[in-house]
Structure formats: C-alpha cells, structure tokens
Write a protein that binds this ligand. Structure first.
Ligand code: FAD
Length: 326
C-alpha cells in the first residue's frame, strides 16, 4: 500500500478537456489516487465548439453539453478536479514529477498525463493585439453572435477555418474566407458545405497583413496577394483567426521528444520520451485531432499508467527484498 504525503498522488492529469476528463474517469475506475488540474472550466475546446456531430453515439450534441456530461461522468468515478494553472512539470531526482501551479502549490506523483491541448496560433500582424476582443477573435461560438448582420472575415484554410466560417453565417451578412493558397486543406465535406453557402466568399491567394480599426473596433483588413505581392483592403467588422494551434507542451521542463510543430511524440502506450510522462489528445503528434482521438489516447494512457505503476511497485519490492537479504 502506497503511503501518500500531502499533495501526493499516483497520477496527475494536466488539463480537463475531453482527454483529461476521460483519463480522470479511467484513473478513477482503476482505483488510482488521481488529481486533475484545469485552469478554466472543464471541457477544453468543446466549450468553443457549437455542435459536435461526429462523436459516436451522439448524432448532434452541443459542445458545452458534451463537456458537462463528460465532467459529470468522470466525477461519478471519483475524479478530483482542482482549478489552477499548471506552470511547470519537472521530473525530480527521486523519479517523481513536481507539478507546480500558479497558486503556488506543488503537486507530486510518479506519473503525469499531459492533456493540455493547444492555444490558437496568432497571425502576428499589426492591429491583431490591439483589436483582440474588439473585432479580432479566435472563437466563433464565443463571439459570433456579437456580429449580427455584419461582414466578417475568417483567416485560414483548414477544418476549423472553413467550419467556423459556415457557422458565422448564422449571424453575419457575409463571411470572406481569406486563404493564402488556391485550395483548402479542410476536409471535402466541410469545403462542400462552405462552397454551397451563398453568404461565403473565398478570397484565394491572400493573407491578412494588417488589421485596421477605429475606437469602435475593426474597420477593415489590408490583404496581401501571395502571387502578385499587391495589396488591397477588405471592409469587415471583425476577423476570426483559425490558422492552427500551438500545443501546450512548454509546461514540460527538460527535453521531451516532439515533432517539427512541437507536438509530443509518444509510444503506443502514450508515454513520452520521459518515463512516467504520458500525453493524450491535442498535445500529441498524430494524424488527426478530434474528440474521439483525444478520448482514445486518454483511455490508453490511463490504463498504461496503471501498468507502469504496478511495474514500479514490483521494482521497489524487489529492491527492498535485495536490501534486506544483503
Ligand atoms: C472550433 C473547433 C471546432 C471543433 N469541432 C470538432 C468536432 O466537431 N468534432 C471533433 O471531434 N472535434 C472537434 N474539434 C477538436 C476537438 O475539440 C479537440 O480535438 C479536443 O477538444 C481535444 O481534446 P484535449 O482534451 O486534447 O484538448 P483541449 O480540448 O484543448 O483541452 C485542454 C484543456 O487543458 C487545459 N489547460 C491547458 N493548459 C493548462 C495549464 N497550463 N494548466 C491547467 N490546464 C490547462 C485547457 O484549459 C483545456 O481545458 C474542434 C476544435 C475546434 C477548435
């Protein structure tokens, strides 16, 4: 039987999006002493998503509703969730992880499951910071309703950009999708939906080079033609930026293997190159990032943690036995 000190656990789950909540559920079912640390409300990106239509078993469900169901389900199996911002995860000399938070607490465990997702990539153009929250947004579900009847732009060409442009037409009179190439990366079904939407106009081969506004908010965009290098303006009341996510892997101190985009590389157990540190969901290098893949990763990670801890205990027993015999 493991003796636990204050703030000591078998496993610490960082983040309570779909991956974190699912890991917490499985850790609870596995009778592990587990703590989940979440900086905001449980649900992660689900809270920024209006409708989920591809989570098996739910033909159509609101993002917030699925979050709530997941959190309730995890808690039913004993998940303990604290609200705090994890600032650093470090493997200490004794082999345990120190998980330090903004509120000044250091939680400790021999294993950590990192499920911290990602944060939106910024365009990095003049006006972006200045008009953030005043017409510049990274979340259509959160901010779309503020732009009823207005003309909007979406920057990007992947799934999120094309899907969210479609969503924004519920409120906006017109939505431009400004895309730097001559074709989208988005999945075919989302493209077809956008092309069929009369309120969407695609502005091919252009990037947003400046966001210009007044004291009232965004007024227009300066766009750069990626083929001719020419500049023109686009009159819009807001711009929604969906050009990718940066995985929240900076929390890990020390080198951990990652791909070129910074996503953590794991083995088939979801263990990273740091023994005892597991990763699941959007932080992990993989083909696609969906709710289904996040919960699948988390299931594997939590079960792998159980096995890893059992192996650690066996090693400790063997060491104690050897010490007693010598
Ligand atoms: C606009 C949009 C629409 C989408 N639509 C769909 C869809 O229709 N179907 C689908 O399957 N997928 C969809 N996705 C993708 C899906 O939402 C993600 O793949 C999924 O949420 C990933 O889960 P996760 O738990 O790995 O990460 P996240 O959902 O990002 O959760 C990570 C959690 O970690 C927390 N966290 C981060 N850093 C810290 C820290 N330092 N300390 C404490 N907590 C921290 C965050 O607050 C967050 O709650 C969509 C994504 C977006 C952005």
């Amino acid at each position: 039987m493991t003796e636990y000190g204050k703030n000591e656990y078998d496993v610490i789950v960082v983040g309570a999006g779909p991956a974190g909540l699912c890991a917490a559920l499985y850790a609870g079912r596995g009778m592990l002493r587990a703590l989940t640390i979440e900086r905001g409300a449980p649900g992660g990106e689900l809270l920024n998503t209006d409708l989920i239509e591809d989570y098996i078993g739910f033909e159509s469900i609101k993002g917030w509703e699925l979050s709530q169901k997941m959190a309730e389900h995890a808690k039913k199996f004993g998940a303990e969730i604290v609200t705090d911002n994890v600032e650093r995860i470090r493997k200490a000399d004794d082999g345990w992880f120190d998980v330090a938070t903004a509120r000044g607490t250091t939680y400790r465990a021999p294993t950590v499951i990192l499920t911290a997702g990602g944060t939106p990539v910024k365009l990095g153009v003049p006006g972006e910071k200045e008009y953030a929250g005043k017409g510049v947004s990274y979340c259509a579900v959160c901010d779309g309703a503020f732009f009823r009847g207005e003309v909007l732009a979406v920057a990007g060409g992947g799934d999120a950009a094309v899907e969210e442009a479609d969503y924004l037409t519920r409120y906006a009179a017109k939505v431009y999708i400004v895309h730097r190439r001559h074709e989208f990366r988005a999945s075919r079904i989302l493209q077809e939906r956008a092309f069929a939407n009369a309120k969407i106009e695609v502005v091919w081969n252009k990037t947003v080079s400046e966001i210009v506004g007044t004291e009232k908010g965004v007024d227009h965009l300066v766009v750069l033609d990626t083929v001719t290098g020419g500049r023109s303006t686009l009159k819009v009341g807001g711009v929604f930026i969906f050009i990718g996510f940066k995985p929240n892997t900076h929390l890990v101190e020390g080198h951990v293997k990652h791909d070129a985009a910074g996503y953590l590389i794991t083995d088939e157990r979801m263990m990273t190159s740091i023994p005892g540190l597991f990763a699941a969901g959007d932080v992990r290098a993989q083909l696609t990032r969906q709710v289904t893949t996040a919960v699948g990763d988390a299931t594997t990670a939590a079960i792998a943690v159980e096995k890893y801890l059992a192996a650690l205990r066996e090693q400790e027993k063997a060491k104690t036995k050897a010490a007693a015999a010598s």
